[in-house]
Ligand binder design. Structure first.
Ligand SMILES: *Cc1c(COP(=O)(O)O)cnc(C)c1O
Length: 466
């Protein structure tokens, strides 16, 4: 596909519309010297080449990948106009598109047609807004989240002046329901945050069961699905996810709010999160007036239900455009992309089980793989050093590097999968790989072969006695 030609066409499509308003001279102060522009572009490209190769399947580290070219085309066209989705005064078309994509996301997670929601700068803002609403509806009550939840919940609790409590997780990184119920019995908890796809392991909390519990104790339930939300597409009857994961993802539809990041698994550039509220009546908590905006239309302005003011209309436009081409479906569009990522994670994990120099840490529920080197007479300190060394060795290889990420886990927890581990320090850095590009499926054999070979000769690693 010649995406460059589509970029040019997107640029030209807007240029034609601009011309229809009549010609005028751009101010001379804005003119650029072509030679200096060329030089600056050269220097800029050079600087950008200092990035890790996020686009390549050899980059299998953090939750990072370039947007789909369709999103870039969609973003570029709207950015040329630069609408501001704060108010319909800032650009009615992308405001309308935002309402449409919010409806699409709501339908995907099983929220009602009347769902109140909007795009945000990212998952952090989406979660902050959900917790802000939680505070307004349950003032002074504590927020519970799991120990594996994103650190943002604790921090946003501080921002909002709310107590937070961390509920322990099981061996797979999912919230422990007995511990949750014990905390609920205290009567102080107003909102429970469940995570659909933890940032570390991609674990899905037992949402369906936790929801029942929370309802019994009169709590609000917010789902942080910033990472895993789109996997709901694979949670249908014949979806490829594990049965319990499907049941829990389907239960999101009965929760009070959800945060989803289109800039993670929704093929979008950064600056695109979303928050959805099951009950549109929570819009009253946002009520405010603005002396500057909300004048062009009686319809709802997105700024009236959002804590942020200026937001890129281009972000909404890009998502709308992308979803026309790659819809939120199991059998087409985003579904097959996510399914390939899931298969990649499973394939790698099954190879790790059979490997001599490496072993998996958990079974992936989504597309995140975690593993450790296999050591003789393992201690936490040696395993930690070995994991860190392997991470460096892989990314610094001059010919065929592999980029992973590192996750710190409790030594005690690691003992469950590394028998005989001597916990001589509290935590261990293990290896983590987010396989969020469908191209990883064809590449995991290579990733595994490289890692397994390096693991055999990284200094600090003791290969097993044959
Ligand atoms: C990424 C992530 C966040 C934070 O979202 P940003 O878009 O980075 O602000 C919150 N929760 C979870 C589970 C995440 O994976």
């Amino acid at each position: 596909m010649d995406w460059t030609s589509y970029l040019t066409r997107a640029w030209d499509a807007v240029a034609a519309w601009e011309a229809s308003w009549g010609a005028f001279e751009p101010h001379p102060s804005l003119a650029l010297d072509p030679d200096r522009l060329t030089q600056a572009l050269h220097a800029y490209a050079e600087r950008l080449h200092g990035n890790y190769p996020f686009f390549h399947p050899r980059y299998a580290g953090q939750m990072l990948k370039p947007p789909h070219p369709a999103a870039i085309v969609g973003y570029l066209a709207a950015m040329r106009i630069n609408p501001n989705n704060h108010a319909l005064d800032g650009g009615p078309p992308t405001g309308q598109m935002e309402k449409e994509v919010v409806r699409d996301l709501a339908a995907m997670v099983g929220f009602p047609e009347a769902t109140l929601g909007h795009l945000t700068g990212g998952g952090t803002m989406a979660n902050l807004e959900a917790l802000f609403v939680a505070r307004q509806s349950h003032p002074g009550r504590t927020i519970a989240h799991s120990t594996e939840a994103h650190y943002t919940h604790r921090r946003m609790g501080e921002v909002l002046g709310l107590e937070t409590v961390a509920i322990p997780t099981d061996a797979a990184g999912r919230m422990d329901l007995e511990a949750l119920e014990a905390a609920l019995r205290s009567g102080t908890i107003g909102t429970v945050v469940l995570t659909a796809g933890t940032t570390g392991l991609g674990a899905v909390d037992p949402i369906a069961d936790a929801l029942d519990l929370c309802r019994r104790y009169g709590c609000r339930v917010h789902v942080d699905a910033a990472y895993g939300g789109f996997f709901v597409l694979l949670a249908g009857e014949d979806g490829p996810l594990a049965a319990d994961v499907k049941r829990h993802l389907r239960a999101i539809g009965g929760c009070d709010s959800v945060a989803i990041d289109p800039h993670k698994h929704g093929l979008q550039p950064y600056g695109c999160g979303a928050v959805l509220f099951h009950d549109p009546a929570v819009g009253r908590f946002y009520r405010h007036d603005s002396p500057y905006t909300y004048f062009t239309s009686e319809a709802l302005h997105l700024g009236e239900i959002s804590l942020e003011c200026s937001r890129a209309g281009a972000a909404a436009g890009a998502l709308w455009f992308t979803l026309r081409l790659l819809p939120l479906r199991a059998d087409a569009g985003l579904g097959p992309i996510l399914a390939a990522c899931l298969r990649a994670a499973r394939a790698w994990t099954s190879r790790l089980h059979r490997a001599e120099t490496l072993q998996p840490y958990t079974e992936p529920e989504l597309d995140i793989v975690t593993f450790v080197p296999r050591l003789n007479a393992p201690t936490a300190s040696r395993l930690d050093a070995a994991g860190a060394a392997l991470f460096r060795r892989a990314m610094e290889d001059p010919d065929d590097p592999v980029f992973l990420s590192v996750l710190r886990v409790d030594s005690e927890r690691l003992r469950r999968v590394v028998p005989g581990l001597v916990a001589d320090q509290p935590q261990v850095r293990i290896l983590r790989s987010v396989l969020m590009k469908p191209e990883h499926e064809a590449y995991v054999d290579h990733l595994h072969t490289r890692l397994a070979a390096w693991a055999a000769d990284v200094p600090g690693l003791i290969p097993p006695i044959p």
